[in-house]
Ligand binder design. Sequence first.
Ligand code: PEP
Ligand code: MG
Length: 322
Amino acid sequence: QQDEWKKLVNEPTKTKDNVHVVLGANIGNPGDVTGVVNNGGEAVGLYRTEFLYMGRDKLPTEDEQFEAYKEVLEKMEGKPVVIRTLDIGGDKKLKYLPLPAEMNPFLGFRAIRLCLERQDIFRTQLRALLRASVFGKLQIMFPMIATINELREAKKILFEEKDKLVAAGTQVSDDIEVGMMMEIPASAVLADRFAKEADFFSIGTNDLIQYTMAADRMNEHVSYLYQPLNPAILRLVSRVIDAAHKEGHWAGMCGEMAGDATAIPVLLALGLDEFSMSATSILPARTQLLKLSKEELAKHKEAILNLDTAEEVLDYVKTKMS
Ligand code: PEP
Ligand code: MG
């Protein structure tokens, strides 16, 4: 099997009916890119930049960040790189950035919420990203967007920093895509509106499932409710994909679900364009996708979305879609 996978390292991911889907990787550090390239990744679908901020005793400087982003973009040699702005808070804490204690950290002051308030931190990161943009194909992504106003505000700040850099004579790429995580149910419900203002969506199922099912992603007592294949989740995923397509955009997924062999046929049926997973899952996923026909699977879309339970979906996938 290892040998079969190895042959596919330099192959594009084409389904049996010749549809190209992008298989990307999730990374936490520039050093992870080697693994992405060795495993045939066609993109970095999620660079979690919070690791740059963790395990140290002060904020990373603009130049330190610039070097890290540049390194990832250069090593990917023009392939798309989605860099997510700081998603701190929730379960991820910084000892040099004390935050108020919260009853429900996952529902609290984190990610874009924090960045819009601590604009000093946010603007520094955005400048580093903009400066790095000329070294590859950069796609900037905002985490935990819940309202259109947050997206507008984040974009406004980004473009302010861009204008300042350009005015100062710094080179900034003209084709940076600006997208958002779809990981809050409110945004998924309003995906049609968001699609008018974001260039792409990446579905963060790790959070989308916990918020939709009201089941803490780390609490084993309620893990039975953490159901990627629950039809409620699938309807939200489908809605997000359709909304992106209607505006001519792409939709990806960077939550764990994207690399799950059981979910892959369903996600292909729903029209997902990009799957981002751990690097080691890429070749197994490519092997699987080469054998699947998107057109055939898409015929099952309505049927799956109209099932009642995750168990029924699982059974349907196993008997009719694999
Ligand atoms: C997600 O929520 O699915 C996601 C990819 O982000 P994180 O796991 O970093 O919250
Ligand atoms: Mg998340």
